[in-house]
Design a protein around this ligand. Structure first.
Ligand SMILES: C[S@@+](CC[C@H](N)C(=O)[O-])C[C@H]1O[C@@H](n2cnc3c(N)ncnc32)[C@H](O)[C@@H]1O
Length: 273
């Protein structure tokens, strides 16, 4: 009955998703090929624009029926196709946020005939107004200095000062460099810190996260570490082996901030009422 749960299948997501029952998924969290010409060993990132957009629409239509009515979807994209794909999704869902992931790329070289692109664009979509969202699980604590500075009587006992602030829609988290302990052999591996924030906010404990394009398995690992179930797909057998290895490694505590990583660069010291 639930043979698809806590499994990543080494197969084409568009075929495999048919086995997942409709309305069984709390969160679709995915980072599909961006069609920027990357080599995932299967041509999925090297399609004509027309084919890529038609394929995107096909997988979206396979995935959305799997979502519960109070479920959500996060999709990683870049500026190249985010406009077209956001329109596809806005025809089917309600868009809640465009989150900018500032990859904190150091200022070295880059484009010479345009501005260097250093961010990913993430769409956050929901099916209905009563979607699950646990803000308290992702609040960012104020540091001691900020708390101390807010000692005037109007701030005393203010709940927001104690519980921390709501993450903004600019997430400044370093991409994974070769030397990061978390890094495995996948060209577009996403940091656990980002994926875990989405899982905590948008999938209830014990719920199910679907990622049709697992890559190195970051979504599955985040779900496992946070006590959620997962399911998903990956075409490349070498990446499937990486996923199996990451999932079978001894459990590590859920993400601590990596050294040198700053979340919400634009919000430090900003008050939340
Ligand atoms: C952008 S990467 C995902 C990276 C992932 N978020 C991570 O942190 O490692 C997209 C992945 O989708 C896989 N893929 C492409 N087409 C697929 C398909 N039809 N079914 C399943 N996986 C596919 C690619 O092989 C690639 O590894």
């Amino acid at each position: 009955m639930t043979a698809w749960l806590d499994q990543v299948f080494c197969e084409d997501a568009l075929e495999g998703m048919a086995r997942i029952p409709d309305r069984s998924i709390d969160l679709i969290l995915t980072d599909p090929p961006y069609n920027l010409g990357k080599d995932y060993g299967n041509g999925s990132d090297q399609q004509s624009v027309e084919d890529y957009l038609a394929w995107t629409e096909r997988w979206i239509d396979c995935a959305l029926p799997k979502l519960k009515d109070n479920g959500s979807l996060y999709i990683f994209l870049t500026w190249r196709f985010a406009p077209e794909i956001f329109v596809m999704l806005k025809r089917r869902m309600t868009m809640m946020n465009e989150i900018i992931w500032d990859r904190r790329v150091p200022s070295m070289g880059g484009s010479t005939r345009s501005f260097s692109s250093v961010h990913d664009t993430i769409g956050f979509f929901v099916k209905r107004k009563d979607y699950y969202f646990d803000l308290d699980s992702v609040r960012i604590p104020y540091d001691a200095e900020t708390k101390k500075a807010r000692s005037r009587s109007i701030f005393v006992g203010a709940k927001w000062l104690e519980v921390g602030y709501n993450p903004k829609d600019l997430w400044s988290v370093s991409r994974l460099h070769r030397e990061h302990a978390e890094r495995v052999d996948h060209p577009t591996q996403k940091p656990l810190e980002i994926i875990e924030r989405m899982v905590k906010a948008s999938c209830p404990p014990g719920g199910v996260v679907l990622d049709p394009f697992m890559g190195s398995g970051t979504t599955a690992l985040a779900a496992k570490r946070l006590g959620r179930h997962f399911t998903g797909f990956e075409l490349n057998p070498a990446y499937c082996a990486t996923i199996a290895e990451r999932l079978s490694a001894p459990a590590q505590p859920a993400t601590k901030k990596r050294k040198g990583v700053r979340v919400d660069a634009a919000t430090e010291g900003v008050d939340q009422a």
